[in-house]
Design a protein around this ligand. Structure first.
Ligand SMILES: Cc1ncc(COP(=O)(O)O)c(C=O)c1O
Length: 452
């Protein structure tokens, strides 16, 4: 593509404060960024390149999404071809072949009991779609009293009103506390540093935290609860790995009370945990699960909700309206996103990427845990190809150490790491080599030694 040509219109000497002003950047400290811009101009494979041509190793797969690696030729070509063949087609009362083909491919990848896929354009939309499916499902089956939704502290389910209501990131909820959707309660989060610091994979402690769901059920009467939504591994809150037995218990309790279990697999979907989907790795089958990001390796905005057998059918049999589920987006199953996803699925299959992590996980785990004892490190957590390194906050300046580590890694070492406060989050593309994994750990060790 013409990525070089694009980047050459924004060379380093042109990065003036005026040029950066108009973009109100999402989830960014705009003042901080505009004082210290960190720009990416092009990408290839495992690397980004800055406008002045510096290579940056991508240890975060962009934002947990570029699972196949950057600018992969078959995906790029599929998008280009779709753009020149079918730029847009409505999926309201119309359809286009790629949408149906992709839904079939995804259902096949998921396997039983998943039978239907609802398309949208992001993780946030996938979450709101799944919550609506859950609420409407109970209603079309004559259980309209099931209106409550249960989320979890420190959960991240995107930024729609549904998502922030069931989500548990206080900063994302703070400004809207009076406007969140009603009837939501939260499970406690599962991280306890005293019991689980430096756990490798799933912590042995904490299964009992799922019993809180029984308490919530008793409090509200389980017949009023529509769904429980959790990320199988909480990603954005800093890779909180589920304790052994915890997800199994959530499943047993929801099943017992006729409550739908929704897994938010926006990060864990598409190979991040060594199986196509996280629920397959944990052996715990939800009723619905949300995906986005890796569905087409982050190339074109897309999300998808997977529904198990019986849900779609309930709408077909129980809905009294001609349009059985009055929900959808102009760009649901956009042709470019579908083309990108079909090509991505082919690439995943050809290169075995959806299973590759299973063989890399030990190397990843050892590399990350080799940082135990490095400066400032208070915890290291990992599962699949996800990892977090928690740093002690600097006295009176929470988050400063995380930000400085990110900046030093980027400017001095050419490596992209994500930071949330003082937690560094790592999730490289699934094509990462063992040598690159070692490099990620060695770079972090060096950087941490230099950060005050
Ligand atoms: C688990 C989870 N759900 C939802 C979302 C929101 O996705 P998006 O930013 O595409 O709306 C994210 C994004 O990181 C996520 O990690």
């Amino acid at each position: 593509m013409n990525d070089l040509a694009r980047s050459s219109t924004f060379t380093p000497d042109q990065v003036t404060p005026e040029k950066l002003e108009a973009f109100w950047m999402p989830f960014t400290s705009n003042r901080q960024f505009k004082a210290l811009p960190r720009l990416l101009a092009r990408a290839e494979g495992m690397n980004y390149y800055t406008p002045d041509g510096h290579e940056v190793l991508d240890a975060t797969a962009g934002l947990w999404c570029v699972n196949a690696g950057h600018c992969r030729k078959p995906i790029v070509e599929a998008i280009a071809q779709a753009a020149g063949t079918l730029d847009f087609a409505p999926t309201f009362q119309m359809g286009h072949p790629m949408a149906f083909e992709l839904a079939d491919r995804l259902v096949e990848l998921a396997g039983k009991p998943f039978s239907h896929v609802f398309f949208c354009n992001s993780g946030s939309e996938a979450v709101d779609s799944a919550l609506k499916i859950a609420l409407a499902y109970h209603r079309v089956r004559g259980e309209a009293q099931r209106t409550r939704l249960i989320g979890r502290e420190r959960g991240y389910h995107g930024v729609g009103f549904g998502g922030i209501s069931v989500g548990g990131m206080s900063a994302n909820r703070k400004m809207y506390s009076a406007s969140l959707i009603p009837g939501v309660d939260h499970l406690p989060h599962t991280w306890n540093p005293k019991e689980m610091a430096f756990s490798r994979g799933q912590p042995a402690w904490g299964e009992h935290l799922a019993d809180e769901l029984e308490r919530i059920c008793t409090l509200h009467d389980p017949s009023t609860i529509a769904a429980v939504i959790v990320e199988p591994v909480a990603g954005s809150a800093g890779v909180l790995v589920p304790p052994k037995g915890y997800l199994e218990k959530l499943r047993a309790i929801t099943q017992k009370h006729g409550i739908l279990l929704i897994f938010d697999e926006v990060i864990t979907g598409f190979g991040r945990l060594g199986k196509p989907f996280g629920w397959q790795r944990f052996g715990v089958t939800p009723d619905l699960y949300t995906t986005a990001k890796g569905i087409n390796s982050g190339t074109v905005p897309m999300g998808a909700v997977f529904a198990r057998e019986g849900l779609y059918e309930a709408f077909m049999q129980g809905s009294t309206m001609p349009v059985e589920f009055t929900h959808g987006y102009t760009y649901s199953a956009h042709p470019l996103a579908c083309a990108a996803s079909l090509a991505t699925l082919d690439l995943y299959a050809e290169e075995g990427l959806l299973e590759r992590v299973a063989s890399l996980e030990k190397v990843w785990e050892d590399a990350l845990h080799s940082l135990k004892g490095a400066a400032h490190v208070t915890d290291i957590r990992n599962i699949g190809l996800m990892g977090a390194i928690e740093l002690a906050p600097r006295e009176g300046a929470a988050g400063a150490r995380g930000f400085e580590t990110h900046c030093k890694a980027f400017f001095d070492e050419g490596m992209l790491v994500r930071f949330t406060g003082d937690i560094l989050a790592l999730s490289p593309p699934l094509i990462v080599s063992e040598a690159q994994i070692e490099r990620i750990a060695a770079t972090l060790r060096r950087v941490l030694a230099q950060v005050a």
